[in-house]
Every structure is written in C-alpha cells, then in structure tokens.
Ligand binder design. Structure first.
Ligand SMILES: [Zn+2]
Length: 259
C-alpha cells in the first residue's frame, strides 16, 4: 500500500534541517503513531519527486523521501497520514508475510572476509575454510543463526579494532556494546560508553575506521560543534567523504541482516 504526498512544496535544494545534518544518526527517528508501534525505515530516493509512505507486511512502514526534503517536511507528512497508516497497518496483517531470501554468499568488506553459505547439512553452525555451514535450511530460522554469527563476528573483530583505534588516537572510552540497529551506526554517551552497529562489518574498512574516530572524538566534544569537527579532521582529514558514504550505507546492508 502506498500513499503519495500532495506536492508538499518540497524544494529539491538544500534546506536547513536535513537528514544528514543530524550527525551520526544519519536517519531520523520518526515518531510512532498513537496505538500501533510499527517499525519505520526511511529511504532517501534520488528519483522520488514527493514524500510517500509504504506500509509493508510485518508491521513495517517505509518512508520514501526525495533527496532535497527536510526532516520537518517528512515528519509533517507522516503526522498528517497517521490515520491512514493505522488503517493500512490493520489491513496489512492479512497480507502474506514477505519471504526472505537466504544469502548464498556473504561479503564482510570491513574485515575482508567472503563466505559462501551452505544450509541444512550440519548439526552445528561451523566455519570451514571460506564456507559457512548453517544447520537450519529455511528462513527465518536460518536468519537467526546468520545474525547470531554476525553478532559474534562483530564482537571478535570490531571491538578489538575500536580499542586499537582508541589507543592509536589516545582517546580512551569506557565500555563498548555491539548492537543491531536500524538507524544508527554508532553512538557515544556522556559516560564515554560507545555503541557500535554490528552491520559495520559490511562497510569498507576506511568507513568503519571513520565511525570509530567519529565516536571517539565524542569523548572530547559531546556534540557536533565546529570544534568537534575540527578534532575529527585532525585524526581523519578525509572525514567528509567517509561521512557521506556512511550516511548512504544503510541502504546497502543485505535484507537478511536487518535488525
Ligand atoms: Zn556524532
């Protein structure tokens, strides 16, 4: 089901509040409707001329936004369609659940690993050479095993990597937690606890390193001030390019790995 926006006065030019000015979150958190709790995803479209909403199976709502649209415009649109969304969500309960393709290969660019995946021939999950053997043959059971494996990989590789970047920059942090998040690649709290998204594994190593630098610099400045960005630039002069890549990267994560 799709709902198109009236030509909501969207200018295909830069406006003040933009998705990507929101710092490391990259995509905004959209407020929930009153008595349903759908999962929102946002897709920034180069082709879209107007904001639109799609209600998908599994209680998911996708917001498609033209590149020039502001967060305010999208939020206003979303609010104005609350009633419609709720109705569509009710109806979508009767839609067949989306079937999920199981991956035959997995490319973890961040740690330079390529896996070919075999299903259903093994009692336990096993890595064998460059083969990943998954006991379950069918989704979504196989997906559960894949994402658990992915989470372990993130612990094994991303956590020590963050520690080494922290040592290198002499920017210590407190605790690190690996998370599966839809809309954020990382965060850093006032207590210098850092969260990192397990799906960073899919991104180019330079971009992963930039995210680490980004969060570690928040241990110095807990904001996105000019002084903050100046600190980032000291450690990573190419940060604008990596920041741009990071903002688009959520769209490249394979569907099976979505939290
Ligand atoms: Zn930040």
């Amino acid at each position: 089901m799709r709902k198109n926006g009236e030509k909501a006065g969207i200018k295909p030019v830069y406006s003040k509040a933009k998705w990507w000015n929101n710092g490391p979150t990259f995509l905004p958190t959209i407020p929930m409707t009153s008595n349903t709790s759908p999962t929102y995803t946002t897709r920034i479209s180069l082709r879209a001329k107007r904001i639109s909403i799609r209600v998908l199976a599994n209680n998911k709502v996708e917001l498609v936004v033209p590149r020039g649209a502001s967060i305010k415009q999208a939020e206003r649109f979303l609010h104005s369609k609350k009633g419609w969304i709720e109705q569509a969500l009710q109806q979508s309960k009767h839609l067949p659940q989306a079937t999920l393709e199981r991956p035959s290969t997995i490319h973890l660019r961040g740690i330079n690993q390529r896996w070919s995946v075999q299903y259903g021939q093994q009692a336990r999950l096993k890595e064998h050479g460059d083969q990943l053997l998954i006991p379950q043959a069918d989704m979504p059971a196989a997906q559960q095993q894949l994402t658990r494996w992915l989470h372990d990989k993130a612990h094994t590789h991303l956590v020590p990597w963050l520690r080494s970047v922290s040592d290198e920059l002499a920017l210590p942090f407190n605790r690190v937690t690996v998370r599966a998040q839809k809309t954020r690649w990382g965060s850093c709290s006032a207590k210098h606890n850092i969260n990192i998204n397990r799906n960073l594994l899919f991104l180019e190593p330079e971009v992963v390193r930039y995210l680490f630098v980004h969060e570690l610099c928040h241990t110095v400045h807990l904001n996105h001030s000019h002084r903050y960005w100046a600190t980032v630039a000291q450690y990573e002069p190419n940060y604008p390019q990596y920041d741009r890549q990071l903002r688009k990267a959520m769209l490249d994560i394979p569907v099976w790995a979505h939290p």
